[in-house]
Design a protein around this ligand. Structure first.
Ligand code: 2AM
Ligand code: CA
Length: 268
């Protein structure tokens, strides 16, 4: 077993364990006859439990890696390698009983993403990638789409909402893209949006103001599937800026050309 396939095995096992509990909890959310607040508290607890499971499982396998998760922040340690973990990406979907959410785990070494895994526990689909070794769903190799015409392309995005993001700037980007493409989708999980770009289902994706754990695994999936990912300026600092433009080579370039004259969103 290569070093990276051993790492993917570790991520896979941890994600499946946390995913089993999320599936049970998702079944409960659908049945919950409680106030909105009650459901939100229940989902926060499920989210935190999933992160704790991931933290324990990943630490057991690689005690020298630093753990950084959405819920519990950065753990102790001084190693160069860290796990970057989102235990429940698509939280709003989960809370509303919509079956579209995922666990996202990435390995970051000296600031470089070297492996990643996105797991959809309801579909039992594992998307995984390691540097130089390709991207896979299960054992099937992933490849970004070959569509090069914007007018035939299906593009995913994330729309800011109450209290988040620069709405005016976002609307200018949407206005610019919507008239030139075959369709736009807003599914609510950046990790799965990127996995779908890697799988050739979406031809491109853009969103602003994301956190590193939302996108780190998805970035390596897209790149290892032959696609391109940059921040809104065309640079490489997606984890720092939280802005992301992804796609196959042609569509990434088209999106960059459309979006770049619009400038950057104001800080949220
Ligand atoms: P979440 O489901 O883990 O919250 C949807 O537009 C994407 O944005 C999801 O990946 C979602 O992750 C993420 N997201 C939601 N709120 C966010 C916030 N305050 N900052 C950064 N990302 C956020
Ligand atoms: Ca997230």
């Amino acid at each position: 077993m290569t070093q990276s396939s051993a790492l993917i095995h570790v991520m896979d096992r941890a994600a499946r364990k946390a995913g089993r509990a999320l599936v049970r909890d998702f079944g409960e959310v659908e049945l919950l006859q409680v106030s909105k607040k009650g459901a939100a508290d229940f989902v926060s607890a499920a989210d935190l439990r999933a992160e704790q499971t991931l933290k324990e499982e990943l630490a057991r396998a690689r005690p020298d890696f630093i753990f950084e998760g959405e819920e519990t922040g950065v753990g102790a340690g001084s190693g160069k390698t860290r796990w970057l973990v989102d235990p429940l990406d698509g939280t709003t979907n989960f809370l509303h009983g919509i079956p579209h959410f995922a666990i996202s785990i990435a390995v970051v070494e000296d600031g470089k993403i070297t492996a990643g895994l996105v797991y959809s526990p309801l579909l039992d689909e594992v998307y995984s990638a390691a540097s130089g070794e390709g991207a896979f769903v299960g054992r099937r190799r992933l490849r970004v789409s070959a569509r090069s015409a914007l007018k035939e392309s299906l593009i995913a995005t994330g729309i800011p909402y109450l209290g988040r993001g620069d709405h005016k700037h976002y609307l200018s980007t949407l206005e610019c893209v919507m008239g030139k493409v075959a369709g736009i989708r807003r599914f609510g999980s950046a990790a799965l949006d990127l996995a779908y770009v890697a799988a050739g289902r979406f031809d491109g994706f853009w969103e602003f103001g994301l956190k590193p754990w939302d996108v780190a695994a998805g970035i390596i999936l897209v790149r290892e599937a032959g696609g391109f990912v940059t921040d809104a300026r065309g640079g490489e600092d997606m984890l720092g800026t939280g802005d992301i433009v992804a796609g196959n080579g042609a569509i990434h370039q088209e999106l960059r050309t459309l979006l770049s004259p619009l400038g950057m969103p104001a800080a949220a």
